[in-house]
Design a protein around this ligand. Sequence first.
Ligand SMILES: NC(=O)c1ccc[n+]([C@@H]2O[C@H](COP(=O)([O-])OP(=O)(O)OC[C@H]3O[C@@H](n4cnc5c(N)ncnc54)[C@H](OP(=O)(O)O)[C@@H]3O)[C@@H](O)[C@H]2O)c1
Length: 354
Amino acid sequence: MRPGPIEPGSGRPVRAVVYGVGAMGSVMTRLLLDKGATLVGAIGHSPEKVGRDLGEVAGLDGKLGVTVEDDPAAVLARSDADIAVVAVSSYLETMFDHFQICLEHRTNVITIEEESFFPWSTAPSLAQRLDDLAKCHGVTIMGSGAQDVFWMTLPAVLMGAAHRIISVHGRATWNVDDYGPEVAEHVHAGSTLPEFESHVAQHGWPSFVVRNTLDALVADTGLTPTGADTAVRPVLAAADTPSSSLGRVIEAGSLLGVIDTATVTSQEGPWFTFEQTGCVYGPGQSDVNEWIVRGEPEELRLRNDRVPTRLATCTQVVNRIPDVIAARPGFVTVADLPRPRYRHLSLHSYLGCG
Ligand SMILES: NC(=O)c1ccc[n+]([C@@H]2O[C@H](COP(=O)([O-])OP(=O)(O)OC[C@H]3O[C@@H](n4cnc5c(N)ncnc54)[C@H](OP(=O)(O)O)[C@@H]3O)[C@@H](O)[C@H]2O)c1
């Protein structure tokens, strides 16, 4: 019998489907189990994973009795999940059908697809269609990930100490080798410079993570955005550099990754810029997150060294699950939700607790 939507205070564990069992989906599988979720389905793609036990595919010690399947409709129809944790690919356009099928099966969605963090300026019509669909089925979709605490909440709180802001500058770095092939491909790791330049000349470079993150930050302030500029530049290998994600050595002179930059201006004056380096690291490098707010006071700064971006992406998603289940139906963003919170107990115990 269908368990029905989870009721606040019912004591029923959150029922979750892991949608995409790659580098990130595997980590989230462990975290979901730790936080008392019942895993009721797993959706994969390649013949190497489909048909195998989720515990095995996710690299856990034992089997979970959940088989990885490649038919999302069948899994979602059968599993009566409260939430699908979606970690497959990037861009709303690519992910639209995956999200649609979850929402049509009355399953809430939390995803690390980056555009979903704030899709209203880069993919407004797709976001609107998903918003309508979610509302029609009484469920919620939301994007979270590294953006949530480190690139949104921390600078937003820092800005709360300003009397007047002239500008906000963010800088973050992350290691391509912490993620799966999807990410390496996105930043063109391993491409030669002419290949990258010809790709950008032919296809342009999409307004992506940095832009979506700044859009969320600006939305959170209530300022009126007036324009956005984005740019990309390659990070070239100074010497031959092994990449575990690519499974090969990147030759000197080829791309380790890219630096994405976005600048967003506002009608009221403050302007925002965010530069993000995603590349294959050499020895001794680690992730950094740094924000500077200029105005009065003259300068407010925060800096996080050695950020464990890969794990923290997954922890933030899992901690957000009670917020998503409790949120109003539709496509919501962090600007609509309470600040991220640590969840020490099982996820379901936070439902109905405000
Ligand atoms: N927001 C953030 O903070 C953040 C952080 C990290 C990553 N990301 C994004 O999250 C995505 C996943 O990253 P990752 O490192 O986990 O990549 P990954 O290791 O390449 O995993 C992607 C997974 O998606 C699966 N997949 C592909 N097509 C599918 C389909 N049609 N149905 C079901 N599963 C399918 C693949 O399955 P097979 O292995 O079976 O082929 C693969 O396991 C990327 O788009 C990345 O940019 C976001």
